[in-house]
Write a protein that binds this ligand. Structure first.
Ligand SMILES: Cc1cc2nc3c(=O)[nH]c(=O)nc-3n(C[C@H](O)[C@H](O)[C@H](O)COP(=O)(O)OP(=O)(O)OC[C@H]3O[C@@H](n4cnc5c(N)ncnc54)[C@H](O)[C@@H]3O)c2cc1C
Length: 320
């Protein structure tokens, strides 16, 4: 019986593990990828303590620290969480059919890439249609690229692509980009970047082997075709909450996990931290994921004391 199983090893899950160790909680971290979205971020400029650090390096540092403090890690995908037989905890099942019993769960499984849901998207995914510009280590020399989206990830992708591409279009359904000023100033008057506002993609077409063009609708009426070699869909993520819907965990209207200030979900013993938590607490950044992870570790300890879990009952442990 574990005190805690943490699902996910992005910054939220890794920090929860570090804090769980501070409270001497017997815990297991199960994660498909160690580092989560950090692995996709080449240059992190806004994480305190580092003027510029590659996401992979930051993930490695967090993992080293979590393991040094006593965290146990397993690389696998969790496929189900159910109540245990006497309803005092949970059973966490992974893809390899291993089952782990635990008194509490912290769900730190982040978000999955949002899809456009237009004809041709599935067919050309990986054949010119991609969901992360920074992850594609391809040669963009003289290519015509389009990026869908209006927030930091789309604007940042456009700037990065424009270093090599012949032309980059940003396609945005709104009338004003939502990126941070630090990103927006980089595209203002950029010779290779053009923003098409009030524009949506209605179809992705190709020659069967690869993407060749996209059909656009502007201002809800005017349709046109744009020849592109690469299309990057950078429209954010969908919270990965499927594992806990059957348990009755409540979501907010955006599909993010509804938690209280102690990061408790609506089901006692299930906590959440990181990008999948309601935006009342998270802004989908590393620093918020880390902060929520720390709080989740402390809250699980308080919960275990409240339910008089034998491993912590009577302990006056405070985090160090
Ligand atoms: C390209 C890119 C650049 C970015 N740049 C920055 C930046 O410069 N600064 C910044 O602050 N933020 C940046 N971000 C955002 C930041 O990376 C995220 O906010 C942060 O990683 C969220 O942390 P998390 O722990 O909540 O989730 P994630 O990092 O998404 O981690 C989720 C974890 O859950 C695991 N998981 C999911 N489902 C399962 C399952 N069923 N079973 C087991 N494991 C599962 C995953 O494998 C992973 O380990 C960037 C994101 C991207 C994509």
């Amino acid at each position: 019986m574990y005190d805690l199983v943490i699902i996910g090893a992005g910054p939220a899950g890794l920090t929860t593990s570090i804090y769980a160790s501070c409270f001497k909680l017997k815990h297991l971290v199960v994660a498909e990828t160690i580092g989560g979205q950090l692995l996709l971020a080449p240059d992190i400029l806004n994480y305190p303590g580092f003027t510029n650090i590659a996401g992979k390096e930051l993930a490695d540092k967090m993992l080293t620290q979590a393991k040094m403090r006593g965290g146990e890690f397993l690389a696998d995908r969790v496929v189900a969480i159910t109540k245990n037989s006497d309803q005092t905890g949970f059973l966490v099942k992974d893809m390899s059919a291993n089952v782990y019993e635990t008194r509490a769960v912290v769900l730190a499984s982040g978000t999955e890439r949002r899809k456009l849901q237009v004809p041709g998207e599935m067919e050309y995914t990986g054949k010119g249609v991609h969901y992360c510009a920074t992850c594609e280590k391809q040669d963009f020399d003289d290519k015509i690229c389009a990026v869908v989206g209006g927030a930091n990830s789309a604007v940042g992708a456009a700037v990065e692509l424009a270093q090599a591409a012949q032309k980059v279009y940003i396609l945005y359904r709104g009338s004003e980009l939502r990126g941070d000023p630090v990103w927006l100033e980089q595209i203002t008057n950029h010779p290779k970047i053009t923003v098409l506002y009030n524009t949506v993609i209605i179809e992705i077409t190709g020659d069967g082997e690869r993407l060749t063009s996209i059909k656009l609708l502007t201002n809800g009426a005017n349709s046109s075709e744009l020849k592109v070699d690469k299309l990057f869909i950078e429209i954010g993520g969908v919270p990965g909450t499927a594992l806990v819907t059957q348990l009755g965990v409540k979501m907010d209207p955006g599909g993010y996990i509804q938690v209280n200030e102690r990061l408790e979900s609506s089901v006692p013993g299930i906590f959440a931290a990181g990008d999948l938590v309601t935006h009342e607490y998270s802004i989908e950044q590393i620093s918020t994921a880390v902060g929520l992870g720390a709080r989740a570790g402390a809250s699980v300890f308080a919960y275990l004391k409240k339910i008089k879990a034998p491993s912590v009952w009577g302990s006056s442990q405070i985090p160090r």
